[in-house]
Design a protein around this ligand. Structure first.
Ligand code: PEP
Length: 251
């Protein structure tokens, strides 16, 4: 399995359809020569189709920000794997800390979503990360190891190959307080160790682990120099075409 870096942008609840179109008009020419990494953009549900049409024929792939595990039915407000594929998504974020904090996402619901995405061949970007209280309480490693074990429970060795893990310490998201490259690399090492304990060293070595939390054009290069960091999940700085392009072009 290739270990190409991935730079993914999570737009959260920002951008209308018109703003999505304007973003791609400006962004695509800026990254047209990029081949060193995969580029992923995760707009809101209403902009997925627009993003997918705009990105068609480019190297940019589209991701959802969440998915539900059932195929269809009376689940008001939810969206299925096949609907996301139909809208042009290749990826979905699962278990973002904002979903965990504000919308009742648990390791168990993360796991159900991961298994549904894999079954439908939608590539999961599974977010894990400790809160500030957990870090200050010395529990960061324990929490993240539990999120990895439970979020990826019941997966086979071959299930792991499309899985992308994003380590996003909650205290670094939207705060401007990036984890130091040392802290990020240490936590990526713990995540890789956890995967290795369950699925073996080669699977762990092949799994891409992204860092997320206040990634900006001025800190991406230092983060990407660490061997255990295979890319970034970018929130705020992915909303502006020039700043997201600068992050994509970190080399
Ligand atoms: C995120 O939302 O996944 C994120 C990392 O946000 P930010 O880059 O704004 O901290």
């Amino acid at each position: 399995m290739s270990k190409r870096p991935i730079i993914a942008g999570n737009w959260k609840m920002f951008k209308t359809v018109a703003e999505t179109r304007a973003f791609f008009n400006e962004f695509l020419p800026l990254v047209s020569g990029v081949s060193h990494c995969e580029i992923v953009v995760a707009p809101t549900f209403t902009s997925l189709g627009t993003a997918a049409s705009a990105a068609a024929g480019s190297r940019v792939a589209v991701s959802a920000q969440d998915v539900y595990w059932e195929k269809e039915g009376a689940f008001t407000g939810e969206i299925s794997v096949s609907m996301l594929l139909d809208a042009g998504c290749a990826y979905t974020i699962i278990g973002h800390s904002e979903r965990r904090q504000f919308f009742g996402e648990t390791d168990e619901t993360v796991n159900r979503k991961v298994r549904a995405a894999l079954a439908g061949r939608l590539q999961p970007i599974v977010c894990v990360g400790e809160t500030l209280a957990e870090r200050d309480g010395g529990k960061a490693v324990e929490v993240v190891r539990r999120q990895v074990r439970n979020g990826l429970a019941q997966l086979t060795e071959s299930d792991l190959s499309p899985i992308i893990v994003a380590y996003e310490p909650v205290w670094a998201i939207g705060t401007g307080r990036t984890a130091t490259p040392e802290t990020a690399a240490e936590m990526h090492g713990e995540i890789r160790k956890t995967i290795g304990e369950i699925w073996g060293g080669p699977v762990a070595a092949a799994t891409r682990i992204l860092y997320g939390g206040s990634v900006k054009p001025n800190n991406i290069q230092e983060l990407m120099r660490r061997e255990d960091i295979d890319g970034a999940l970018v929130g705020g700085a992915s909303l502006d075409p020039a700043s997201f392009a600068a992050i994509v072009k970190y080399l």
